[in-house]
Design a protein around this ligand. Structure first.
Ligand SMILES: [Zn+2]
Length: 454
């Protein structure tokens, strides 16, 4: 018994010793602030209210920029500026898809245009539909069967993938390249089953890449896709009407927003944390990526609130136009390239404000190992892994200058319920999940700043 007690006392001492580790103690204070504050949550509520549908080139995108610029200034960041650049853009005014039943009857299907769809004539385009399961079907069918028809890409995201990002990657070629491929065979238009794991009536838009010939292209909800597919089984000659009113904006002036707390020892070595400020025209963009923006803002707030004497500069970058052309990420990489001041590291937050899972690191093995050595300090807060993997769309252009890239990774099960749709609303944000994420990101940045990555 005595032996057991001694052992317990020893274990207690040991555990106490761990909890007294200065880093653990300080990280607990980071999380205490992150978990008990409503600042980021409140900022996201305001953002989604005042600037839903903040696609690059829209008035809402400027409202969002001004909102965060004001926030950073009031926070007392050392530097706050808008980095100007020019880019083509596109805007959608309205769209519709309907099944023609009889001359006077049409069944409306829930839809949104895909970026950067061509407009139809004002009365729309009426044509027969040819349903396919993928791009490879187009080659088999050829121009003879496709010309003049509307191609309907209807391969669902597979439920068998545990990681929904893998399911998205497996299906999204239909949206990204399907319409352009269909155009090559003379299709009059294209519609795509929404890229979502949900069976509901929300259309999920996204970018569709055209090279030469452009055609009208739309996403329909998964319920609408099932309905249309059923209709085609019963009557293969079914006709639909598609309508899109959109505008190409050849060149607009827009901005990335940059705010920083200068480093006290190595100010030229900037650690970037960021997300994208834009969202699709149909979406309040709460998870994608309003969450990444407010979390990045909150990293700076926590550094200020704890009066952390950061060695390196902590720099938030809110990138414009991740969704259509990734113009902001490219413009930012060009901008820092010209300045000759390569960032020390860049971390992107763009997978929604769900329960934290880990970090993926696009860098050398030794840097991955160094970041992985921080994992025990983050495990109590839900971080399961820090492993080699992708960085992120906005920070990817920095890779060519050798900047180590990190992505914050969350539980992926619900992300595609909302992604690029009107369902990505503030009420889908969980206050605790958002704040846990901010704590994890702030802590990793704190450790990178304190210990370096070499
Ligand atoms: Zn995003």
């Amino acid at each position: 018994m005595k032996k057991t007690l001694t052992l317990l006392a020893f274990l207690g001492l040991l555990l106490n010793g761990f909890s007294q580790n200065p880093d653990s103690v300080f990280i607990k204070t980071i999380f205490d602030i992150a978990l008990t504050s409503r600042v980021a949550y409140h900022n996201l509520e305001i953002l989604t209210n005042i600037a839903p549908g903040r696609l690059v080139g829209s008035e809402e995108s400027i409202v969002a920029l001004k909102f965060f610029e004001k926030y950073f200034n009031e926070l007392g960041a050392d530097t706050v500026y808008l980095q100007e650049f020019k880019t083509p853009a596109w805007a959608c005014d309205s769209s519709s898809v309907s099944i023609l039943i009889k001359k006077s009857r049409e069944i409306h299907l829930t839809c949104d245009a895909l970026g950067t769809s061509l407009s139809t004539p004002p009365s729309g385009i009426v044509a027969e539909v040819i349903e396919v399961q993928g791009l490879e079907d187009l080659e088999k069918m050829g121009t003879e069967k496709i010309a003049g028809k509307i191609v309907f890409f209807n391969r669902p995201m597979k439920d068998t993938f545990v990681n929904t990002f893998a399911a998205y990657g497996d299906a999204v070629d239909q949206r990204a390249h399907g319409p352009a491929e269909a155009a090559k065979y003379g299709a009059a238009g294209a519609i795509v089953r929404s890229m979502t794991t949900s069976l509901d009536d929300f259309p999920h838009t996204g970018s569709s890449r055209f090279k030469d010939a452009k055609i009208p292209a739309l996403a329909i909800s998964t319920l609408a896709a099932n309905q249309l597919s059923q209709e085609l089984k019963e009557n293969p000659k079914t006709k639909i009407r598609i309508f899109v009113k959109s505008r190409d904006l050849p060149e607009i002036t827009t901005y990335n927003l940059v705010a920083e707390i200068r480093g006290k020892v190595r100010p030229d070595e900037a650690i970037i944390v960021g997300g994208h400020i834009d969202s699709w025209f149909n979406s309040p963009g709460a998870h994608d990526d309003g969450a990444g923006c407010v979390m990045s803002c909150d990293v700076l707030r926590i550094f200020k609130e704890l009066n952390i004497q950061n060695n390196r500069t902590i720099r938030a970058v809110l990138f414009m136009d991740e969704e259509m052309f990734q113009a902001g990420g490219n413009a930012y990489a060009d901008f820092v390239g010209q300045s000759g001041k390569r960032p020390y590291l860049a971390l992107e937050v763009d997978e929604g404000a769900f329960t934290p899972e880990g970090f993926s690191v696009d860098a050398s093995v030794s840097i991955v190992q160094k970041l992985h050595s921080f994992k025990p300090l983050l495990e109590p807060y839900g971080i399961k892994y820090i492993i080699k993997g992708g960085g992120g769309v906005d920070i990817y252009p920095l890779k060519k200058s050798g900047v180590p890239l990190v992505a914050y990774v969350t539980d992926p099960q619900r992300y595609f319920d909302m992604h690029h749709s009107g369902n990505d609303t503030f009420d889908k944000i969980n206050y605790r999940e958002l704040n846990l994420g901010t704590g994890c990101v702030t802590t990793l940045i704190y450790l990178i700043d304190k210990y370096g990555i070499e």
